[in-house]
Design a protein around this ligand. Sequence first.
Ligand SMILES: [Fe+2]
Ligand SMILES: [Fe+2]
Length: 475
Amino acid sequence: MSTIDYSDKIPNNVNLSEDRTLQRALEQWQPNYLKWWDDMGPDGSQNFDVYLRTAVSVDPQGWAQFGHVKMPDYRWGIFLNPAEQDRKIHFGDHKGEAAWQDIPGEYRANLRRIIVTQGDTEPASVEQQRHLGLTCPSQYDLRNLFQVNVEEGRHLWAMVYLLHKYFGKDGREEGEALLERNSGNADNPRILEAFNEETPDWLSFFMFTYFTDRDGKFQLCALAESSFDPLARTTKFMLTEEAHHMFVGESGVSRVINRTCQVMNELKTDDPAKLRAAGVIDLPTIQRYLNFHFSVTIDLFGADESSNAATFYSTGLKGRYEEGKRADDHQLRGQFYKVLNVQNGQLVEKEVPMLNALNEVLRDDYIKDSIGGVERWNKVIEKAGIPVRLTVPHKAFHRNIGLLKGVKVAPDGRVISESEWAANRDNWLPSEGDRAFVASLMGRVVDPGKFANWIAPPVMGINRQPVDFEYVRFG
Ligand SMILES: [Fe+2]
Ligand SMILES: [Fe+2]
């Protein structure tokens, strides 16, 4: 079960060859996927040999093999974690019953929606990042970008497999539609707002992989609890890939900060203009990018009060983060949770039924988790002897969904007037000038072991290779 069959046209560990109808359907989707990769995948990179990891098993130890491959030849496939014997549903109204190996008719529509929404984010991020290779700060970073991209492509495969196998004709149509929507397309955009934003520069990319791929982690963790066993098993394996994406983000931002602090100490200044003139990104600009990506990402968890969230939980489709580790009744009826609301110009807590607040519960778990990395970034600044600290903004800052939508709140959580917002907007979120400055730093550095001036080299290379290893051969 854990070993992957690479003799099939579509690598898999689900005995695909025993289900001819499904195999044929996926083999028909495969060329459309490759066409999408060609049109919308990493720009101008089809002939590069990239040092990528490929899954060879789903064992926790040594599931990956590394080697140079052309990305269009990457062995995208279908990998599920092994089935847990006699797995039981452990939350919601069906708690204690056997996990479903097929989809109960009454939950078909909701499960389809959940799978399509998750699936849509995967190719969306590839599209958002498709031009970044042209301005990479090093070969090492270029390779990491491409690794993230091919794995997001594989995550799309994971969701399309479920759609094809369990949803018949509807599922096949959804599979096609996932290749037809495009990030930022005016007529046929991606489903979620944050996935229609551009990722215009590498600071945005690192912030995106730190904050937004972490949203991916939390959504996948919630789905890994699902009563629908194939969804739980596929998302568990996706999580092992997701960990690298967040590493790329956390270490990327950390290296940017490290380089900035070096130059601050060399020049003995914290003046953004002098630092910019020296070609590094000043800490206030990094804080504004952080504010932007954090606030846009926490919107992805949805409205603070949501009857859909209650339904998804009660019917056993989507659990909480680490559902199994929680010591409550896992049904949550008659329990309450606090969400934020605005009353008379003040943020006030409001108690709502816990079931309706599960988006907020997941958002709060996410916020706790994302603060950890920000504290590690602060250690870098502290080590350099600089008194500045980065912070995540208040969760009501710059929100665009639910009760807080459009309310003007400062990063410190004060509700403010429109005019105070307007006067400070460019202190709190990246201004056009900030974005233009960061864009001006984006060159293309591809000599092995060389790094752009605005970012420090990593502490070590990928898969124990040296930092100056030839991670990408340009052919
Ligand atoms: Fe993903
Ligand atoms: Fe990811």
